[in-house]
Ligand binder design. Structure first.
Ligand code: TRP
Length: 328
């Protein structure tokens, strides 16, 4: 039997999952998991979250909440090792070693570093800069070969490959270079500012959370920007049609597409139908989420088991790496 390739991805605990996270990452993970082709790790990256502005209570609450939502969305702990980054020692240790072989200039030119620095001017901490070394450690600690990420993370995976190369060059061939598995779903846009990507940072009305109740979804979509309402309208319409394509039946999507071309489209109808379709898509999710919410001990046990499994793999790598760099 040939060994299955190892696949890892990470997600920051920042609040409720929204349909942008779902289409851009989580749905893809569930499909990859269910394909049975990989040994899969999903890591809730709480250490990465500390580079932002969340309070201690928020980080704690968001970490548990994210675990609940990932489980409710179909991550199956029998098939996937789901764990919290800080529960496994080794991520920060390997990251330190990587800090020591990564040229400062490489970190400074990362788009996300520049982006985030400009968005949190009062908190440009060193962690924001060395973030990619920690991410490289998440990946290489498990000797992962496949990394399913969205486009915004490709640069970080490329840097991870470089880090693996620098390490191998200095200490001997050890790490296999990981490869990106690009999720081919277009970015979901904000409902209010459809020139921006859907994100929690722009406020409630901009995104649809997976746990939103049907009335909330109806309301948010009702207020979504469309063509009749100014400059960004056509981008808004494209965004809604894109969502319909992802979530709806093909004939419904094609009907609205045709109406949009004819100019007979009624945006009110499109919004109402789309809201219904999205609500239906996540009705199981809402039920599952409530179940996990009322049984948080079960979730904590799953995370504990996950960390145990991950730790075994991590320990082996770290032991070998410490020997290679001369620390043992
Ligand atoms: N940096 C990624 C993001 O912001 C999250 C992440 C952390 C990650 N570690 C990872 C993704 C390892 C893939 C593999 O989306």
């Amino acid at each position: 039997m040939t060994k299955k390739p190892i696949l890892i991805s990470g997600i920051q605990p920042t609040g409720n999952l929204h349909i942008g996270n779902y289409l851009g990452a989580v749905k893809n993970w569930v499909d990859l998991q269910n394909s049975g082709k990989y040994r899969m790790f999903i890591c809730i990256v709480d250490l990465h979250a500390l580079t932002g502005n969340q309070s201690a209570e928020e980080v704690k609450k968001n970490t548990l909440n994210l675990a609940i939502e990932l489980l409710a969305a179909g991550i199956d702990p029998k098939k996937t090792t789901l764990f919290v980054q800080s529960h496994v020692t080794g991520h920060t240790e390997l990251a330190w070693l990587f800090n020591c072989i990564t040229p400062l200039g490489e970190l400074e030119r990362m788009t996300q570093f520049k982006d985030k620095s400009s968005r949190q001017m009062k908190n440009i901490n060193a962690g924001l800069l060395t973030y990619p070394a920690l991410m490289a450690s998440d990946i290489l600690l498990y000797q992962s070969q496949r990394i399913p990420v969205g486009e915004d993370q490709v640069q970080h995976v490329e840097l991870t490959r470089s880090i693996a190369r620098w390490f191998n060059g200095r200490y001997g061939d050890y790490f296999t270079l990981p490869e990106v598995v690009l999720t081919n779903i277009p970015r979901v846009k904000s409902l209010q500012e459809p020139d921006k990507k859907m994100s929690k940072s722009h406020g409630e009305k901009n995104y649809i959370a997976l746990c939103d109740d049907p009335e909330v979804i109806q309301n948010k979509l009702k207020k979504a920007v469309t063509a009749s309402e100014g400059g960004m309208g056509s981008q808004g319409v494209q965004n809604l049609l894109g969502l319909l394509k992802e979530f709806g039946e093909k004939d419904v999507y094609e009907m609205y597409l045709k109406q949009e071309k004819d100019g007979t489209i009624q945006y009110g109808n499109l919004k109402k139908d789309l809201a219904q379709i999205i609500s239906d898509t996540f009705s199981d999710f809402r039920v599952e989420r409530k179940k996990y919410l009322s049984n948080q001990r079960r979730v904590l046990t799953i995370l504990k088991e996950g960390a145990k499994g991950a730790q075994k793999v991590a320990d082996k790598t770290l032991k070998e790496v410490y020997r290679l760099v001369g620390l043992r």
